[in-house]
Design a protein around this ligand. Sequence first.
Ligand code: A2P
Length: 274
Amino acid sequence: MTSDGHTRILADGNELPLLGLGVWQVSNSQECADAVLWALELGYRHIDTAQAYGNEESVGQGLRESGVPRDEVFVTTKFRPTSGNDPADEAARSLERLGIDRLDLYLVHSPAGGPTWAWPGMERSRELGYARSVGISNYDVGEVETVLSGASVPPVVNQVQFNPFAYRKALLNLCEQHGIVLEAYSPLGTGRHLADETVGRIAGRLGRTPAQVLLRWCFQREIPVIPKSTHRERIAENAEIFDFTLTDGDLAELDGLDRTGGTGQAVENKWWRG
Ligand code: A2P
């Protein structure tokens, strides 16, 4: 962690802000550009998109409209692995759509087709200067081990579904052992966990919202989170997680909501397996 406690240093030395805006399921539209613009106005310095989301142009528009200097924003996109396409070629296309010269982080979106075939192209994307850092997403324990066994440049991030209900301890431990930062998508369970009774009770006691409690649970573990919202007031609410603390008792209670039994497995269907 860095001195302000709001970023995490990756194994390759790059700095990842712990809070980012996610834009999954937001179409390539003014709505997406606005969400990015509002997030940057509200102090976010990390935006997470993907080729498969189809909204990189709008993300680029929001970045430009914000006027925030490019080197102050951490931009992630993800390689969509279809049969045999080339990560470096696709990175160049992403850069064009985003209107930027270099990605901060480029992830293989899933182990579709096997966990290793795309990795050499990811390493090449980094060598070519298309991305400062490279990593993986949706990789389970065995898949992380497999990609590591053949990598010249190891992945520095594994972005996965992660929240108290999907507290994937085995995966988290493995990633930590290998210097891979686990990054949490669906930190709110795509909104479903906001109505949970335990989360609500803790939020009520602290005078915070359920979303803030779920995000703070990740933050206190130094796990980067990328909550998605297209509503300005929610984007603002999700950023107000730095000025309160969950007690050890709160953390333990939230940990107890886990439905994975501590395994590395995803709770939801593996959509990328078709
Ligand atoms: P919306 O985009 O309409 O605001 P996750 O990040 O786990 O995928 O969750 C995203 C979902 O949760 C979206 O449906 C989003 O809806 C909703 N959401 C995000 N932040 C909040 C919030 N602070 N309060 C209520 N719902 C939220």
